[in-house]
Design a protein around this ligand. Structure first.
Ligand SMILES: NC(=O)c1ccc[n+]([C@@H]2O[C@H](COP(=O)([O-])OP(=O)(O)OC[C@H]3O[C@@H](n4cnc5c(N)ncnc54)[C@H](OP(=O)(O)O)[C@@H]3O)[C@@H](O)[C@H]2O)c1
Length: 230
């Protein structure tokens, strides 16, 4: 019986590589995004489904998780990749900018994590992966992206709190903190950068698969700094 893995941000630069990896490794993939424009390769795969869910909506997210649980009975893993980026030092970061990043990075993960964590605790097994970022861990990297760094740091805190609540169980919340990922958007935005120093989406997908596989079973409360050479 393949494990069922929910993947948000599935249509993104990272998400598309992650969907591909998990289908290649025979998981059942329940993908979530606004659009599936870059997921054509998965369309006819028997173990792939795509759902359009507005993850900033608590109601939509909660309904989606309840339907998924009733359909699949057991969600084994959730890779909550949806998020977004914004520059801005303290002068440029007003309340609206702050709320936008909070919603895009924290709420999109929190509203799914809340019902999924409870479901996994009831099952005695589950893997949730949240996406932090280096600016949330290193002030020198975050000082000019205040709202982004703050919203990502909350996810790291959430993982700490849930791992404490899950102590003694086989439910684990992992955090990955990538530096710059080698995506088409980043290449376009930073054409003069040395792309060879960036971490590839496929490398991150391999790590995520390891976390969800039986090989990842002994891991507890991990935080992976995926910085490559950047
Ligand atoms: N790229 C990097 O260098 C980098 C570095 C560190 C961390 N990260 C993090 O890694 C993750 C993936 O990055 P990426 O480069 O793959 O990002 P991306 O290409 O922008 O993909 C993010 C995906 O999430 C979706 N999404 C965002 N808000 C959503 C919402 N409210 N409801 C449903 N879907 C939503 C987006 O859909 P729409 O586009 O349709 O809104 C998009 O397809 C993000 O959390 C990002 O912050 C990225």
């Amino acid at each position: 019986m393949p494990k069922t893995i929910l993947i948000t941000g599935a249509n993104g630069g990272l998400g598309t590589a992650v969907v591909k990896k998990f289908l290649d490794e025979n998981y059942k993939v329940v993908a979530v995004d606004h659009s599936g424009s870059r997921l054509g390769f998965a369309n006819n795969h028997p173990q792939f489904e795509l759902h359009a869910v507005e993850l900033a909506s608590e109601t939509e997210s909660d309904t989606f998780v309840k339907e998924a649980i009733s359909l699949y009975k057991k969600i084994d893993g959730a890779l909550l990749l949806a998020g977004g980026f914004a520059m801005g030092d303290i002068a440029a970061t007003d309340g609206e900018a702050l709320r936008k990043m909070f919603s895009r990075n924290f709420e999109t993960a929190y509203y799914l994590t809340r019902p999924l964590f409870q479901h996994m605790m009831e099952n005695g097994y589950g893997r949730i992966v949240l996406v932090g970022a280096r600016p949330a861990l290193q002030p020198e990297a975050g000082k000019n992206m205040i709202a982004y760094a703050l919203s990502k740091s909350l996810l790291i805190k959430l993982a700490d709190l849930l791992n404490e609540a899950a102590k003694g169980t086989n439910v684990v919340v992992s955090v990955i903190a990538p530096s710059t990922i080698d995506t088409p958007v980043n290449r376009k935005d930073m054409p003069k950068a040395d792309f060879s120093k960036w971490v590839s989406p496929a490398q991150i997908a391999d790590l995520l698969e390891f976390i969800c596989s039986d090989k990842g079973d002994p891991l507890r409360a991990p935080l992976y700094k995926i910085y490559g050479e950047a």
